[in-house]
Ligand binder design. Sequence first.
Ligand code: MG
Length: 383
Amino acid sequence: MSGGRPAVWAAVVPAAGLGRRMGFDKLLAPWHGSPVLAHTLLGLRRAGLTQLVVGVRDAAAVRTAVLEPFGLEGARLVPGGASRAETVARCLEALPAGVTHVLVHDAARPHCSVALIHAVMDAAEREGAAAAALPVVDTVHRADGQERIAETLDRSALRLAQTPQAFTLELLSRAHREGRSGSDDAGMVASLGVPVHLVPGAPENVKLTVPADLPAAGGEPMPWAVGLGHDVHRLVPGRPLILGGVRIPHELGLLGHSDADVLAHAVADAVLGAAGLGDIGRHFPPDDPAWEGADSLLLLRRCRGLAAAAGWRPAQVDCLVQAERPRLLPHAGAMADNIGGALGIAAGRVNVKAGTNEGMGFVGRHEGMAAQAVVLAARQGPV
Ligand code: MG
């Protein structure tokens, strides 16, 4: 509240920095798929701040890359100044009438939570001035000018400044009008002799500063991948029928070099597909004597290892056996357990389906069986 009236908020975002440490305009660079500045402005809007004033260098570029695609046309763009303070001062001059409180937030902090924004706003409404800040967890040395330790500081009273910072319009305007020094707005207001209330900041509310803070060109690595698998085997007398590692009583079995487990092969094919490793024929040639009569669950475990070496962990499987007979559904649970066990997937994340082919084709004539699978894989380990 300000003088008994409800606070009317606007957000000011200085976004005219040259990004010297970044080497390019970091605010328009993609971060999690969208420009950094779009994340920042959308975060403020999610917190209920609809009056946005943004100090920019290239208004046309910001309009095209950020405002129009993200429905932020209501934001007011103001030409930025030569310094951060000058940019904020220009934004203050462009505020809509009736604003009583201003929240200032760095354009390059796209990961600020609504909760932190609200905490700073609440404190500013209560105290007049507030800023997010973090305790210092590392030891702090003062250097002597020649990169030698002159002194180790007591960090318990030190705070690292973050934004958001929020003030009554009157206080912030006065600090800028009087040309107060300080490398941020909280410092400028504090130099007026006004207490600035510190609100616990958030470690994840980082300021993107150097190129390493942004993903490499081409975007951040995708966390998921899907793979598709397919296999067919002929039905013949005198062979066991093994599906998903389950031996199923039947007058015919599947013909193949290994145990001919058509379902395990389709799943293995999908695991390799998700990891971008081709198909099972490439890794397990059908003429390799090592796989003569082999248990295909072993092959599935090998595929899990190959995928892991490529940085992928199978996370979910959906698969289907097409067989005219026998009835397979009673065995579906045991097949799912075997497949999940071989791939290290939790119970409930492997789904096995069985269906007939309505009498059509080689499956319908009971000449063979077919299987299909899709595997969702999660990226694991450093990339
Ligand atoms: Mg096969």
